[in-house]
Design a protein around this ligand. Structure first.
Ligand SMILES: [Zn+2]
Length: 703
């Protein structure tokens, strides 16, 4: 008998100021598959999550919408919870950090740390908005980089030269909130003495509680020396007030991980309050798993275990770190139309496809995970429909028509069946180690074997020969039994399909009796099944296209300055992501507006060419214009584009874009403009030049 485990699993708490996107769903799917697999093995596995509700960002986002931050948090708690359920993410509790349990726990932890002498105060200087009377987080100050002078850089680091600095070092700093020049103001802050936990953390890091590449990366922090961690923020702030202070709040990152405990504490109202200590006491023998993205590693592997130790709670058993989602090889991007929300996906496609596709990609490493949409369609169709479901659909008809839905009383090929169930132990290791991609490869290799078995026996021919009916029955029955084994192996990945298969196989439930991990050691013999109904259908490319259309950036029409083409520019359906289908393509040149409507024939005359921007410079006399030198294959031209408020000239150099190449040259005050650069967006800073696929070459015609 396997030793039963007791495990608490968490996913990172989504921030409560926006909708969930597919990047979020990758993580929730990864943890959900793991949890379902533990339950399939018969382990006790609790699964909690919730909203990360606090911080300056929440406060300002709520203010912008004219509502209280509590209301904003509640709104997204409800929306996120719905989206997660729709993706079959099976949380026992989806709670919020803005809860009485979290306030009580954060306060208790703080007071325990205080009593140990782990909290000190220091006066620090920070950027302060004198108009709005608020201290400014680093990202709320922009200005010129102190190292390279690049404009519009955030207060923490420069995206151009990579320098790190504090907001007070920025040149020409501006508050993002009010536009005012920030002043420097002193304030007393509370710090957690992380350095006192150096020994504890070094020991913990050496004990394989995370992937080795993460542990190695963390060594940099020890080499640099652990610093005290600022855990307070000044009012106004949305969060919990620090006890014994008038206007200091816990920094959102202090109470966010405590939110895991609070969500579980809240769940204990249902499962018994005695469970709380069983999972969180310093000497707990149960297991604690955190699934997180690689961007929040420090919070979970340095601050969090140190704080738990100081407050006399247990440390995590495992921090499971995953990489980011890319779409067609690039970072998700609103302007490229690849920032796909969970809801946009759900409007077009079934969650099972997404769950399967990423299960087939997930390893235990921290590499980024790519949603290649062509591969997505092909892989799901080939594997799930072409291989897996196909086994059942090609056998079930004969069982229904010729054998009254009853499986044969004997197993035709015991060796083959035993070979299938012998994979249980290796698959168990793979799922446990989060090597889902390896597991899926094994399972699909078995699906190939099952299909080869059926192909080899050709039941569709056997059935026509009265003397071969018995053989046909046995072959199809074994086919169904092999399918059942595969369904159990895929059950944690495809929970909706599993429910339908339980109905088809006429087994009471997914647990031990029917589709359990141990139940499959016995094939179903002489067993009556139900009529087969299609389980999963093929994905059509137009469903993916529809999703991309939903995610495509919306563009407002500005009268007289746009061409509505209704055609796709540079789109290969289902393969590329720079699709502009159904959106308006705005033209912003800084010149006279072109005609409001044109005929299709007129449109067809437009020669759109891929152009490489080889040089870009500001036009001192015109603050909206950038002078571009573009390579359009056969020649290099000068074009003026009114995109200065959206791009710094130096950022454009090297980019590919699309130009109208046969536009009559136009003499402007500062020179001749020989063409027009296409861009989309409402204008101002929200404007994007069209950027064709990197595989295109300057001069290529855009059709
Ligand atoms: Zn810089």
């Amino acid at each position: 008998m396997r030793k039963k485990r007791e495990i608490l699993v968490t996913s990172a708490l989504p921030y409560a100021n926006g909708s969930l996107h597919l990047g979020h769903m990758v993580e929730h799917v990864q943890s959900d598959i793991w949890v379902r697999f533990q339950r399939l093995l018969g382990n006790t596995c609790y699964f909690v999550c919730g909203e990360d509700a606090h911080g300056t960002t929440m406060m300002l986002a709520a203010e912008k919408q004219g509502i209280a931050p509590e209301a904003l948090a509640k709104h997204y708690q409800a929306e996120h919870s719905q989206d997660l359920q729709a993706f079959n993410i099976n949380y026992d509790n989806f709670y919020t950090t803005h809860s009485p349990e979290n306030e009580a726990l954060a306060t208790e932890i703080y007071q325990r740390l205080l009593r140990r002498g782990d909290i000190v105060t220091k006066t620090i200087e920070q950027a302060y908005d004198p108009v709005r009377n608020i201290f400014l987080p680093d990202r709320y100050v922009v200005g010129n980089c102190p190292k390279c002078d690049a404009a519009k850089q955030y207060g923490d680091s420069c995206e151009v030269c990579g320098a790190h600095y504090s907001p007070t070092e920025l040149k020409n700093p501006v508050s993002v909130i009010s536009g005012a020049t920030p002043i420097t103001k002193a304030s007393e802050h509370y710090f957690f003495c992380l350095e006192k936990y150096k020994q504890v953390l070094e020991t913990w890091l050496s004990q394989k509680h995370m992937q080795p590449e993460i542990a190695n990366k963390l060594q940099e922090w020890f080499t640099a020396g652990l610093q005290q961690w600022d855990i307070s923020r000044d009012a106004p702030y949305f969060g919990f007030k620090i006890p014994g202070t008038a206007d200091k709040y816990f920094y959102v990152w202090l109470d966010a991980p405590i939110g895991y405990m609070a969500s579980f504490k809240n769940l204990c109202n249902t499962i018994g309050q005695e469970q709380f200590d069983r999972f969180w006491a310093a000497d707990a023998t149960t297991e604690l798993y955190h699934f997180i993205g690689k961007d929040i590693v420090y919070f979970h592997t340095l601050f969090w275990p140190a704080i738990l130790t100081g407050a006399n709670f247990r440390k995590p058993t495992q921090v499971c770190v995953h990489g980011f989602l890319t779409v067609n090889g690039e970072k998700m991007s609103k302007s490229r139309g690849t920032f796909i929300t969970a809801r946009q996906y759900l409007q077009c496609l079934q969650p099972e496809y997404f769950r399967y596709y990423f299960a087939a990609k997930f390893g235990d490493g921290v590499d980024d995970l790519d949603l290649n949409l062509t591969d997505f369609v092909q892989r799901v169709n080939a594997d799930l429909v072409g291989k897996f479901v196909n086994i059942a659909s090609r056998c079930a008809g004969f069982i229904h028509k010729n054998f009254s839905d009853k499986l044969s009383a004997n197993c035709y090929d015991t060796d083959l069946y035993v070979h299938f169930i012998s994979k249980r132990s290796v698959l168990e290791q793979m799922f446990n180690a989060r090597q889902y991609s390896k597991a899926v490869r094994e399972i699909m290799a078995l699906a190939d074997e099952a299909n080869r078995f059926i192909d080899g026996h050709k039941p569709w021919l056997l059935i026509k020969d009265p003397s071969q009916q018995q053989l046909a029955h046995e072959v199809c029955s074994l086919g169904i039994n092999l399918f059942r084994v595969l369904m159990v192996y895929l059950q944690s990945i495809l929970p909706t399909t599993a429910v339908a298969v339980a109905e088809f196989l006429n087994v009471a439930d997914l647990a031990d009796a029917g589709l359990g991990w141990d139940a499959i050691t016995q094939p179903l013999l002489g067993h009556k099944i139900n009529e087969f109904k299609p389980l999963l259908r093929r994905i059509e490319y137009n469903e993916v296209q529809k999703m991309l259309d939903l995610a495509a950036p919306e563009t407002e029409l500005k009268s007289g300055a746009e061409v509505e083409t209704g055609t796709k520019i540079g789109v290969e359906t289902g393969t590329k992501i720079e699709t502009e289908t159904g959106t308006k393509i705005g033209v912003e040149t800084g010149m006279e507006p072109i005609a409001a409507t044109i005929s299709f024939d007129d449109f067809a005359k437009i020669d759109l060419r891929v152009a490489k921007i080889v040089n870009a410079e500001s036009v001192p006399e015109a603050n909206k214009l950038i002078k571009l030198t573009v390579d359009i294959g056969l020649e290099t031209r000068q074009v003026f584009a009114g995109i200065k408020s959206a791009y710094e000239p130096e950022d454009l150099i090297g980019k590919l874009t699309v130009v109208v190449a046969n536009l009559e040259p136009r003499k402007m005050r500062f020179g001749v403009s020989a063409g027009m650069v296409l861009a989309s967006g409402p204008g101002g800073a929200d404007l994007w030049i069209l950027e064709p696929n990197v595989q295109t070459k300057p001069g290529m015609r855009v059709k």
